[in-house]
Ligand binder design. Structure first.
Ligand code: OSB
Ligand code: MG
Length: 369
């Protein structure tokens, strides 16, 4: 893939509504957009998912920029690659920093697909023409606020409702939600807010017919989760703890989870996401695609990945308009009745809105090859 230039932008966009998790509140989003341009002017795009603060994981926007600028761009310039899968070998001596690796990998996957004149979904081996999506709802000031929001999102047609929980906003709140919406497909995400001391409390969730509880225990744990799963019926889904196929294999072998949330950035890119997907398919473990409050480029990558067959549960990739006044792609991502039609145009399948991209860009660096 003859890359001529890489453009790395830093953007800042304001969220329409603050989003509260057990570890903090997001009001706006800072992120990177990396553009890889070939000799005939094809443009491949990748979006970073690290947040400004290391709340969800160690990586931040700043560490992603540092790792990209100082370690990841150079080897591509020096060695060149023929397929996006080659990047794993090129980056293998750089530990961790999966979100940084994923930004450039994503841009090169998009460029690769565009050069082949096929959609990213096709290039990945996707099989679904439309995908099911749910929505993730942050912690609200009152239960009434939560119930109103759920009502609105059910009217939008989302296929399942995910509710963020933390100690003090969990069993009682979910019980009230269940009483109002007896048949709603519903799950909870704790973002690692509990420990094994909370086992008896968490077991009360077993009465509420949850599809799953996501990441109840520590962000870096798979051992305690196995103990928790053995003592509760609600399926555990791991998010934060899974960074690779090796992690997924260990978690499944230990019985730490029954479902895996695949986030492209967290596992270092689309190639590793696909490997985890393939392993889960062999093992009969359902997967779904998580979200990181992405703008349009990240959303488009999530949609392409979700076309793989083992993505049997609705993901978190809701409509752009839920998050942004103006997204950086054209058209924006639209979920109708909880379904997104997968674009069949080359690459990510959405056009970049260059005007919006420029508007939200706060800094740009260019690397000529
Ligand atoms: O754990 O999935 C998570 C948002 C920020 C950080 C972590 C998570 C989330 C979400 C929202 O649940 C996902 C989205 O709507 O993009
Ligand atoms: Mg999560």
């Amino acid at each position: 893939i003859p890359i001529k230039q890489i453009k790395l932008r830093r953007l800042s966009m304001q969220l329409k509504n603050p989003f509260t998790t057990s570890f903090g509140t997001f009001r706006d989003k800072e992120f990177l957009i990396l553009e890889a341009i070939d000799e005939v002017g094809n443009r491949g795009f990748g979006e970073s998912v690290a947040f400004a603060s290391p709340w969800y994981s160690e990586e931040t926007v700043q560490t992603s920029a540092h790792i990209l600028e100082d370690f990841l761009i150079e080897p591509i310039k020096n060695h060149g690659i023929t397929h996006p899968d080659d990047l794993a070998a090129l980056f293998s001596h750089i530990k961790g920093n999966n979100m940084a690796k994923s930004v450039i990998e994503g841009a090169i996957w998009d460029l690769y697909a565009k050069r082949r004149n096929e959609s990213l979904a096709q290039a990945l081996g996707g099989t679904q023409q439309e995908i099911e999506v749910g929505v993730s709802l942050g912690i609200k000031p009152t239960v009434k606020d939560l119930l109103t929001t759920i009502e609105q999102q059910l009217e939008e047609g989302y296929k399942r409702i995910k509710i963020k929980i933390e100690p003090g906003w969990d069993v009682d709140v979910l019980r009230e939600v269940r009483a109002h919406f007896p048949d709603m497909p519903m799950m909870a995400d704790a973002n690692s807010a509990y420990t094994l001391d909370d086992v008896d409390h968490l077991k009360k969730l077993d009465d509420l017919d949850l599809m799953m509880i996501e990441q109840p225990l520590a962000h870096d744990d798979i051992v305690d989760h196995a103990q928790l799963q053995a003592s509760m019926d609600t399926p555990i889904c791991l998010d934060e703890s899974i960074h690779s196929l090796a992690d997924a294999r260990k978690a499944i072998q230990l019985g730490s989870c029954q479902i895996i949330n695949i986030k492209i950035g967290r596992v270092g890119g689309l190639t590793e996401s696909k490997r985890i997907h393939d392993y889960c398919r062999e093992q009969g473990v359902p997967v779904w695609c998580g979200g990181m409050l992405e703008a349009g480029v990240g959303r488009a990558h999530n949609i392409a990945l979700t076309t793989l067959p083992q993505f049997t549960l609705p993901g978190d990739t809701a409509s752009s308009s839920l998050y942004w006044e103006e997204d950086i792609i054209n058209p924006e991502v639209v979920a109708k009745n909880g379904m997104i039609q997968v674009p069949d145009k080359p690459g990510i399948g959405y056009d970049i809105d260059d005007h919006a991209l420029d508007k939200w860009t706060t800094a740009t660096k260019t690397f000529d090859f």
